[in-house]
Design a protein around this ligand. Structure first.
Ligand SMILES: NC(=O)c1ccc[n+]([C@@H]2O[C@H](COP(=O)([O-])OP(=O)(O)OC[C@H]3O[C@@H](n4cnc5c(N)ncnc54)[C@H](OP(=O)(O)O)[C@@H]3O)[C@@H](O)[C@H]2O)c1
Length: 227
């Protein structure tokens, strides 16, 4: 049931991913255009990225603070494509069940307040509850495949959610749109962040394709090499 996961990211030569800074050296719309060629039927982002680009301002404030506990998957509707957020305790506020024409699914943990899930249902937003105090990404992926028919999922950042997918062994392919620029500033998110020091060795990759793009960029695709 697990969807095939392609981590698709825009990156400077030094692996930094601050879109604002990269705008100076990228072609407008190229990240989206390359992403569209990957054939995803859904894309997924971490809470910070969703807050920055898509959710309403200000966090959700629960009236009761009562954790929901284990809950069945809520399918508000099936769609041709989905936008998915990973939001451990339900901080993000949403206008409705569609994001840029794609149906919104919120992946949360059992620690999410009950009234957060009620708010999602009222707004016609689907959700998956997976994991006790943090999101169990493997379980969430299985549910997304099973209940929404998602086959190919584009993992689109930021660095921490990408790192968590990588560490859990859930990334099948990495697609990097490398733009001709160097960022170099300290503290800027990178393509994969927050992986445990215990990992100790780089995750091996196998080159799938390299394409020279206009404006001296490169579109590089690697498969994750599994033993
Ligand atoms: N260049 C690109 O292609 C690209 C694409 C996307 C984003 N970005 C940039 O990336 C930056 C944000 O990256 P980020 O790493 O700070 O944040 P992020 O990966 O977008 O979000 C991290 C958050 O996701 C939530 N989360 C839920 N389950 C998680 C899990 N198992 N592991 C890790 N996180 C989990 C956590 O929220 P809770 O704290 O609520 O638990 C965590 O704080 C922004 O500057 C954005 O513009 C760039």
């Amino acid at each position: 049931m697990k969807p095939y996961v392609i981590c698709h990211m825009l990156s400077s030569l030094d692996g930094r991913i601050d879109g604002e800074a990269l705008r100076a050296v990228m072609l407008p719309g190229e990240y989206e255009a390359t992403g569209a060629l990957l054939g995803g039927d859904a894309w997924i982002c971490g809470r910070t990225t969703m807050q920055q680009h898509f959710a309403e301002a200000g966090p959700f404030v629960s009236a009761t603070g009562k954790p929901a506990g284990p809950r069945p998957v809520h399918v508000a509707r099936r769609a041709e494509s989905y936008a998915i957020s990973v939001d451990t305790v339900g901080k993000l506020r949403w206008a409705g069940g569609d994001l840029d024409g794609e149906h919104l699914i919120c992946v949360v943990s059992e620690g999410v307040p009950e009234d957060y899930l009620a708010m999602l249902r009222e707004k016609g937003i689907s959700y998956v509850v997976a994991g006790a105090s943090s999101v169990d990404l493997a379980e969430a992926l299985d549910r997304l495949g099973e209940h929404f028919g998602i086959h190919t999922l584009l993992l689109e950042g930021g660095g921490h959610i990408n790192g968590a997918f990588l560490e859990a062994g859930l990334v099948d392919e990495v697609s990097i749109l490398l733009v001709p620029g160097i960022d170099g500033r300290p503290g800027i998110p990178t393509v994969f962040d927050g992986v445990s020091p215990k990992l100790g060795a780089a995750v091996p990759l196998k080159l799938k394709s390299v394409e020279r793009r206009a404006n001296d960029g490169l579109w590089i695709r690697y498969e994750v090499a599994r033993p």
